[in-house]
Every structure is written in structure tokens, then in C-alpha cells.
Design a protein around this ligand. Structure first.
Ligand code: NFE
Ligand code: MG
Length: 478
């Protein structure tokens, strides 16, 4: 038996440390640690609730639009307010475009290089998943970066700026709906759509068929590794005014392959293996502000362990698409490394059409916001879907101020450590069984981790001035 230690994991957002136990060239156990302590839930205490969306949008520079939206939803819930249709559409557009941007980053910059960027920039197309640096550089500068720039331009039209849009406020949005701006956004989206379709058609029309025909053993590996916990969770997202506010992606939960009625009260966070005092866990609506306890026995992560009815759940594009009935996994196990990547691409393709539709339904003659007043007291929940999955914000207001605030974020679910019952988190579980050539090559382990597109900044929700990093991959025999 030997141990692989990867610290930090690269080409993901933030600081993750992985310990993988290896036996006979296979991963047999894994420990995933978030190595940063953040303190957003404590920063908010005693503040005006209207500060929350603005401060919390800075939780992350990657999913830089979603926390403002989720926090605003929590405030509106506490006030019993529904924003006007135009505001709902603009939030959908902002969310859709940020997800497309984020997926392009994951597919082509973070995860893609592990898979030779799918032959688009691979050595000798069709390839053995090895990246050609020169071709990749060309793809990056001629296609990926210009497309991402277009996404940011559309976001700036509706959100005022990128990152961290400024227009979502409790009661609606502050975007002015000028017809020329709407037309410009539409035009930019059609160009984004062209690129997404080109990548999509290439992958499904050429790359995957080629792999299946010429390298079936590779497809077999990609569909049989990274399976994970096989439980999926997602929240309703993209309410459509034209469809009686039905969410375009219907959320829900699937446990062991069976869909279950979603019940928010079944969500709880466990901290037995997290660096917080034991009383820091519980139901998000009741959790106390986190109390850090770095040296707690058995603790190995700053990430908590959210569970649904005690079950670890995968969240993200695969979960969202499977729960909504929009993706059928290719793997006989119901999930895999390849399914996670393909579901992400599928979601981007679906969203680009929906964003065009939402832009078309904007009505410049109707309002974009309603008056909002901070209630003297109340509780609110904002459930939403970030690019990486299910995002929840919970607020308690008393005397017009924030008494408590809790975020449970996508990567908190996926990169969670073991819970109170000792069950592994989804990424930990997905690593089990990964081939580790020579008992030391981490490539498959890293491919699996990156297929979740984790974000550690979000999941731990100020780095200490004395924090130190070790940048090395070591391999020690036990
Ligand atoms: Ni920091 Fe995020 C997304 C959120 S993380 S990237 O998507 O919320 O899990
Ligand atoms: Mg939290």
C-alpha cells in the first residue's frame, strides 16, 4: 500500500489537498481537504440585510454572479416579495450566460487538457488524449478566449460589469432595457451559439465515435471510473414567466437511482471531520455561525459535509441534467467521468438557446423592479443553481439586521469530507477504483476530481497572512 499526496490540486479554483491510498495500481481510499478558512457567514452578522448580496457576490471570482442572485432570493423570500417578470428574465439570462462561460472554462481550459482537449488540440488527431501545446495555444486564442469575452460582454450589458454584476437587487434589477442593448446582446449570443455548436457537433460527430471505434478500451475506462455516490441533488432554477413560473430545470433528488420528493428539511451539515466545533453543524436554517477549531481530532478539512437525509449527494451539471430528465448517462453505473463532462456540454448547448429566448421575451415597456423594504424580522431561503450545482442561502433577520446567515454551496456538497457516519464525500467516493499506473501516476485521479469542476473558495466560504503552500506531488510508501 502506498499514499499519493497531491497538494495543491491544480487546474481547479482554490486550494484542495488530496490523499489517496493506492493498492495494486488502484485507488482504494481518498481524503479530500479544503485547506482555506474563510468567514463570510461571520462577516455578515449584525449588518443591514441589503449588504448581503453585495458582500456575498465576492465569495467567488469564478461563479461571480450566482451568490448575489441566491442572496437576493433569500431576502425577497424573507420579505414575501416576487420581483417583476423582466427581473426574473434578466436573472435567468445572467445565470445562463455565466454558466455557459463557466462550462467553457471547465471543458476547454481546466478539464479539457487532461483529455487532450478532446482531439481539438490533441497530438495527431484522433489521439490518445495527449495535448499538443501549439494547437492548444491557437485554439485558446482564436476560439476559447474570444467566446469567453463575448459572454462577459453580454453579462456586462445586463449586469453592469463583470465579474460581480451590480444590477440584481432585492425587488428586481436595475438594468435599463434599451432596445439597442437588447439587440446587441442577442447578436453576441448568436456568435456564442455558433462556437458551442461547432464544439458540440465535433465532439459528438467525430471525437466520441472515433474513440468508440478505435479506442473502445479508453471509452470503457472513461465510463467506468469516477462513478461516485450515485445520489443526485439539484434545485429548481430558471423560473419562466411565460410558463407560469415553472422552472426550466426542475430540481429534485435521486437517491440510489430512485427519484424522491425533495424536502428541504432533510438537508443537514455534519462537521465531525471538519475543522469546526461540533455545535457548528445542523440544518442550514438553524446552524450557528461557524466556530473554527483547527486542531479538532479527526478533522481534515475546512469544508463541512452537507447530506440529504444522511446521504452524500453529487451536485452539478450531471445531477441537474439527470434530475431534470435532460441527460441519460452513457455509463451503466449511472454516472462516470465522461458523463460528467458530456452533461456539462449538453447543458451549455441547451442554455444558449434558452438565453436567446429570454432575451427575446424582455419587455422594455414593463418595470424591472418593485419597492423592497427590509422586514424587521423574518427568515428567508434562496435556492438556486450555480454552474457547479445546487446553491442555498439561508437568512435570519431580527431588528432589521442579519442575525444569522448560512450558505451551503455546490462544492461544499461535492468536495465534502466524511460525515458523522463516516461516509465519504462525492469526490472522495468517485476516486475509489481509479487506475493509478505504477502506483504513482495521478492522472486518472486528477481527471476525476476535475470532472466535478470544484471551487474551494465557494465551498469554504481570508487567507491567514501566515498560510504556506507546498507545491509538490509526493509518493510515500506506507
Ligand atoms: Ni466558486 Fe460556485 C459555482 C458556487 S462553487 S464556483 O458554480 O456557488 O461550488
Ligand atoms: Mg456554510
Amino acid at each position: 500500500m502506498s499514499e499519493l499526496v497531491i497538494d495543491p490540486v491544480t487546474r481547479i479554483e482554490g486550494h484542495m489537498l488530496l490523499r489517496v491510498t493506492v493498492e495494486n495500481e488502484k485507488a482504494v481510499d481518498a481524503y479530500c481537504s479544503g485547506t482555506l478558512w474563510r468567514g463570510f457567514e461571520r462577516i455578515l452578522l449584525g449588518r443591514d440585510p441589503r449588504d448581503a448580496p453585495v458582500i456575498l457576490s465576492r465569495v467567488c471570482g469564478v461563479c461571480h454572479e450566482v451568490h448575489r442572485i441566491a442572496s437576493t432570493l433569500a431576502l425577497e423570500d424573507a420579505a414575501g416579495l416576487t420581483p417583476p417578470d423582466n427581473a426574473i428574465r434578466i436573472r435567468n439570462i445572467v445565470e445562463g450566460v455565466t454558466t455557459i462561460y463557466s462550462h467553457a472554462t471547465s471543458l476547454l481550459v481546466l478539464t479539457g487538457p487532461d483529455l487532450g482537449v478532446y482531439g481539438l488540440a490533441g497530438k495527431e488527431h484522433p489521439n490518445e488524449l495527449e495535448l499538443d501545446g501549439e494547437k492548444y495555444n491557437k485554439l485558446l486564442h482564436e476560439t476559447i478566449l474570444p467566446t469567453q469575452m463575448l459572454c462577459h460582454e453580454v453579462l456586462a450589458i445586463f449586469g453592469g460589469k463583470v465579474p460581480h454584476h451590480m444590477t440584481t437587487i432585492p425587488g428586481g434589477v436595475t438594468t435599463s432595457l434599451k432596445p439597442d442593448k437588447i439587440a446587441l446582446a442577442y447578436l453576441k449570443m448568436t456568435r456564442i451559439k455558433e462556437t458551442i455548436l461547432t464544439v458540440y457537433n465535433y465532439l459528438h460527430g467525430e471525437f466520441i465515435p472515433h474513440l468508440k471505434n478505435e479506442h473502445p478500451e479508453l471509452v470503457d475506462v472513461l465510463l467506468n471510473i469516477g462513478v461516485g455516490v450515485k445520489n443526485f441533488l439539484s434545485y429548481d432554477v430558471y423560473p419562466e414567466p411565460e410558463e407560469n413560473y415553472k422552472p426550466f430545470f426542475k430540481g429534485g433528488v435521486i437517491i440510489n437511482g430512485k427519484p424522491e420528493e425533495f424536502n428541504i428539511d432533510k438537508i443537514a451539515e455534519y462537521v465531525k471531520h471538519s475543522r469546526y466545533a461540533d455545535e457548528s453543524g445542523g440544518k442550514p436554517s438553524e446552524e450557528i455561525p461557524p466556530i473554527d477549531e483547527y486542531d479538532k481530532t479527526g478533522a481534515y478539512s475546512w469544508i463541512k459535509a452537507p447530506r440529504y437525509d444522511g446521504n452524500p449527494c453529487e451536485v452539478g451539471p450531471l445531477a441537474k441534467m439527470v434530475v431534470a430528465g435532460l441527460y441519460k448517462p452513457l455509463s451503466p453505473h449511472g454516472a462516470s467521468l465522461l458523463d460528467r463532462i458530456l452533461a456539462r456540454l449538453e447543458e451549455a448547448k441547451i442554455l444558449v438557446d434558452k438565453v436567446l429566448e429570454w432575451i427575446n421575451t424582455l419587455n422594455p415597456s414593463e418595470p424591472v423592479f418593485k419597492e423592497y423594504e427590509v422586514p424587521n424580522s423574518g427568515t428567508g431561503v434562496g435556492l438556486w443553481e450555480a454552474p457547479r450545482g445546487a446553491l442555498g442561502h439561508w437568512i435570519i433577520i431580527s431588528n432589521g439586521k442579519i442575525e444569522r446567515y448560512q450558505l451551503v454551496v455546490p462544492t461544499t456538497w461535492n468536495a465534502s469530507p466524511r460525515d458523522g457516519a463516516g461516509r465519504r464525500g462525492p469526490i472522495e467516493e468517485a476516486i475509489i477504483g481509479a487506475p493509478v499506473p505504477g502506483n504513482e501516476d495521478p492522472i486518472n485521479v486528477l481527471r476525476i476530481v476535475r470532472s466535478f469542476d470544484p471551487c474551494l473558495a465557494c465551498s469554504v466560504h481570508l487567507i491567514g497572512p501566515k498560510q504556506e503552500f507546498t507545491v509538490e506531488i509526493s509518493h510515500t510508501h506506507l
